[in-house]
Design a protein around this ligand. Structure first.
Ligand SMILES: Cc1cc2nc3c(=O)[nH]c(=O)nc-3n(C[C@H](O)[C@H](O)[C@H](O)COP(=O)(O)OP(=O)(O)OC[C@H]3O[C@@H](n4cnc5c(N)ncnc54)[C@H](O)[C@@H]3O)c2cc1C
Length: 425
């Protein structure tokens, strides 16, 4: 078993990274080479903008290449709850954005001919307790009425024909969701951005930012600095670098994943014959799916800690037990890969994008970023390119989280609270 992300281990490496000295200036510097930054760099380069992307590690080596690979439509927060908070129209607007985001990934994959097994296989949300079924039914009725006319609610044999497990009591299928190999999507996006003219530098963490005037910044790294007319920060949970303003507004949250060896046809029939993206109704829940080569990717918030080798190993063991509880038929299937990653979560689990002190930023994609990243990166690139109404998240309130100065000291308490909510539900 390897403690490495399956997606990164099984992708073709990105060969288009620039070597040598950084340029002294650029029209736009994009910081962070996850899906958000890569998508922004691609759009900027396609508009003919002189663009440099600086990535601390390797492209799509952070959350993007470590995710579960669910490219789901729908918001992270449930729509009914969102409508109660924001009003029905605003909730519908957010929902439509996530639909557009899945469409954006699909069209990018097609336009750039990215070989990443993109498929519209649908998502199924599964009720883990009998007491969750009624709320799920109410939510399903609301979704079907407002935004998901093709939603299917499943119980009994119909549910078993999708997911063969006694762990679930009902499910609802959202057919527009998709999945893909996120490692190959990441290098495909990087190849596309480079092909269109963006200069991508890997292993180049940004360590300093100095505002010169307006949106003009000097961007400092150990390899030298660049004067940019505009800077777009797409650093996800931004654990390193001069991004304190963002760090006080988002919580870095560990999430962990295991990948099995490929299943046989009989094992697929005994576990996930529907081949959907599966997510559970618990606060401390799981997400799972099959890959194109028939492995199970099984993830979850197994621990309320950041990802590191010891955390990943402990989480991997918890996830292995979870997989066996859900699918006893897979108890003997070996685990081939275990890994963890860190995602950036806002307090209300809604993404943010905007401008602060002349710096453009995208942050807080909150576990729903595989699809939203490409779309919002593209929109921010258009904004910087001069399309004033391009940012669909413009003007959203974004306050610092009280008591949060950077390191997430409160994560274990959040874990206790979520586990209590699951126990009580
Ligand atoms: C384990 C896990 C499972 C997930 N599963 C799913 C899923 O199935 N579906 C879904 O929709 N979402 C999922 N997510 C969330 C999703 O992966 C993210 O929301 C999305 O990838 C965020 O993309 P990004 O480009 O904004 O950030 P990232 O992918 O985190 O990219 C940010 C990049 O910025 C770089 N960086 C940071 N600091 C600096 C600096 N100072 N200088 C230069 N570069 C810097 C980092 O190295 C990183 O490469 C998951 C996340 C994790 C961790």
């Amino acid at each position: 078993m390897q403690f490495k992300p399956y997606w990164i281990e099984t992708r073709t490496a990105f060969a288009g990274a620039r070597q040598g000295d950084l340029p002294a200036k650029a029209s736009v510097v994009v910081i962070g080479g996850g899906f958000t930054g890569l998508s922004a760099a691609r759009t900027l380069a396609m508009q003919g903008v002189d663009t440099v992307l600086l990535e601390a590690g390797q492209v799509a080596g952070g959350a993007s290449g470590r995710s579960g690979g669910h490219c789901n439509n729908g918001t992270a927060a449930d729509l009914l709850g969102l409508a109660n908070r924001l009003g029905a129209e605003e909730a519908r607007r957010y929902y439509a954005m996530f639909d557009d985001a899945v469409d954006f990934v699909e069209s990018t994959v097609r336009e750039e001919q990215i070989d990443c097994d993109f498929v519209r296989n649908g998502k199924i949300k599964l009720a883990v307790k009998p007491s969750h079924v009624e709320a799920m039914k109410r939510g399903a009725d609301y979704l079907a009425r407002e935004v998901e006319p093709d939603l299917v609610f499943l119980e009994g044999d119909a549910l078993q024909s999708e997911v063969r497990s006694d762990a679930f009591h009902a499910g609802m299928v959202m057919p527009r969701s998709a999945q893909m190999h996120v490692g190959r999507y990441g290098t495909g996006l990087a190849d596309a951005a480079a092909r269109h003219g963006a200069a991508i530098f890997e292993h180049t963490p940004v360590t300093r930012l100095k505002r010169l005037s307006g949106s003009r910044y000097e961007v400092g790294t150990a390899r030298g600095s660049i004067v940019a007319e505009a800077v777009l920060v797409c650093t996800g949970p931004s654990l390193q670098g001069p991004f304190g303003w963002l760090r006080r507004r988002t919580v870095p949250m560990g999430s962990f994943v295991i990948a099995t060896e490929p299943l046989t046809d009989e094992q697929i029939a005994a576990s996930m014959p529907g081949r959907r993206n599966c997510v559970t109704s618990a606060h401390v829940g799981n997400y799972f799916r099959l890959t194109a080569d028939n492995r199970v990717i099984f993830g979850g918030r197994a621990r309320f800690a950041l990802s590191n080798p010891s955390s990943d190993a402990k989480a991997g063991e918890i996830l292995r037990q979870g997989l066996t509880e859900v699918f006893p038929a897979l108890a003997e299937v070996p685990i081939a890969y275990t890994w963890g990653g860190v995602l950036d979560m806002t307090q209300d689990r809604l993404p943010r994008a905007g401008e602060h002190d002349g710096l453009f930023y995208v942050t807080g994609l909150s576990g729903h970023g595989v699809q939203f990243s490409g779309y919002i990166g593209d929109r921010m690139a258009r904004l910087i390119g001069g399309q004033a109404d391009a940012n669909p998240l413009a003007g959203k309130r974004f306050s610092a989280i009280p008591g949060h100065l950077g390191p997430p000291w409160f994560l274990p308490f959040v874990g206790v609270w979520y586990r209590y909510l699951d126990w009580r539900s």
